[in-house]
Write a protein that binds this ligand. Structure first.
Ligand SMILES: NC(=O)c1ccc[n+]([C@@H]2O[C@H](COP(=O)([O-])OP(=O)(O)OC[C@H]3O[C@@H](n4cnc5c(N)ncnc54)[C@H](O)[C@@H]3O)[C@@H](O)[C@H]2O)c1
Length: 354
């Protein structure tokens, strides 16, 4: 391994943040940047003048031979591009979700196993300060065993533009569930210690987006609201609500509540739901301690560079991405079928990998 990690980025929406993270990290060197859109590349050139810019990722991989490549592309491109990166001998930093379908996610898993290269998942909310603090409490055993979770991220009316990849299932894999739900469900799983999903029941609704897009003649075939119930192999359960649109008071509402054998965690009332309360009890006296963000959150790209150079753990793995993909696939299938899905029976190969 070189002294500095040679990094590259493919896709410059969210990927521009990865590029900035690598540029600002003294242990990293941003060597290559790829996007089809020259305007997006130009914006990154302003803060990364030393990187080389490409429109074809195959060319970048061949010419620069990077150590790790961020994949921040539309979901359906995660698989072909990640597989090409792994086969070139580099690690992948994959934006969430791992892929747009479980089949596609499994092909990434196979390529990682075959090449021995790692897929790091940018499950970015794991790096948010309040969640890092909550996880430190979990690791200290503060909650005991968390046996139930509730999580929501609901928006009143905040959809991606009609006609783009986000609103077309063939490219995105789904709507708000695969977009926002990934973050929220993932944090609960992380704080529960990563249990396996056993049965999954989901609903999806298409009331707000599809009719409006149709009236405009624009392509849009994903849900705008989803809810669900998941049982895990350790007996724990999870309920969630996720939406891009739905009548409610707030513009965007995020909350979580976890209940454990020794304590619990809930979003504190407040403007952005940015703080948690840790609910517990000392000598029978109920206590609620506020978890206040203290400025020590970390950028996922910094954690990644340390993980590669120092061989320290990275908190979001391919297995985490795959577990989420199984849950998403099961939820969409359940919603379509109008019935609960038994995960082990329905997806035996993926279940065996969790
Ligand atoms: N972690 C987070 O909080 C977070 C936030 C936003 C998006 N994301 C994820 O990041 C990914 C990208 O989302 P986005 O919002 O940046 O999308 P986007 O559409 O804004 O950006 C995608 C970029 O990829 C480029 N592109 C498309 N095909 C390409 C190709 N073949 N070769 C090179 N470049 C190509 C496009 O020109 C575009 O600039 C998605 O998987 C999304 O879920 C994660």
């Amino acid at each position: 391994m070189t002294e500095k990690v040679k990094c590259a980025v493919i896709g410059l929406g969210m990927g521009a943040n990865h590029a900035r993270g690598y540029v600002n990290n003294p242990r990293a060197e941003l060597v290559g940047v790829v996007d089809l859109d020259p305007a997006r590349s130009d914006r990154v050139k302003e803060f990364a003048p030393d990187a080389r810019f490409f429109t074809q990722y195959e060319e970048m991989l061949q010419e620069l031979n990077p150590d790790v490549v961020s994949v921040a592309l539309p979901n359906f491109l995660h698989e072909p591009v990640s597989v090409a990166i792994l086969e070139s001998g580099a690690h992948v930093m994959c934006e969430k979700p791992l892929a747009h379908t479980l089949e596609s996610a499994l092909r990434i898993q196979h390529a990682s196993a075959a090449t021995g290269k790692t897929v790091f998942m940018n499950l970015s909310q794991r790096f948010a300060e309040k969640n890092m603090q909550a996880h430190a409490l979990y690791e200290a055993g503060a909650f005991g065993e968390i046996y139930h979770g509730y999580t929501e991220w609901t928006r009143r009316d905040w959809m991606p533009g009609f006609g783009g990849w986000f609103g077309q299932k063939a490219m995105s894999g789904g709507g708000p569930l695969i977009d926002l739900g990934v973050h929220k469900i993932d944090i609960v799983l992380w704080l529960m210690g990563g249990p396996k999903p056993v049965t999954v029941s989901g609903t999806t609704h298409y009331q707000r987006g599809v009719p409006r897009a149709k009236a405009q003649g624009a392509a849009f075939d994903v849900e705008d609201f989803a809810s669900g119930f998941i049982r895990f192999d350790n007996g724990a359960s999870l309920v969630f609500e996720i939406s891009w649109a739905g009548y409610q008071q707030g513009h965007s509402q995020e909350s979580m509540r976890l209940i454990g054998t020794q304590g619990g965690l809930e979003t504190a009332a407040g403007e952005k739901g940015n703080e948690y309360l840790y609910n517990h009890e000392v000598n029978g006296v109920p206590l609620a301690a506020r978890i206040i963000p203290d400025g020590h959150g970390r950028k996922s790209t910094d954690v990644l560079v340390d993980a590669i150079l120092d061989e320290t753990p990275f908190p979001a793995s391919l297995e985490d991405g795959l577990r989420m993909q199984v849950i998403l696939e099961a939820l969409y299938r359940s919603a379509e079928r109008g019935a609960e899905i038994n995960v082990k029976e329905e997806f035996p190969e993926a279940y065996g990998l969790l």
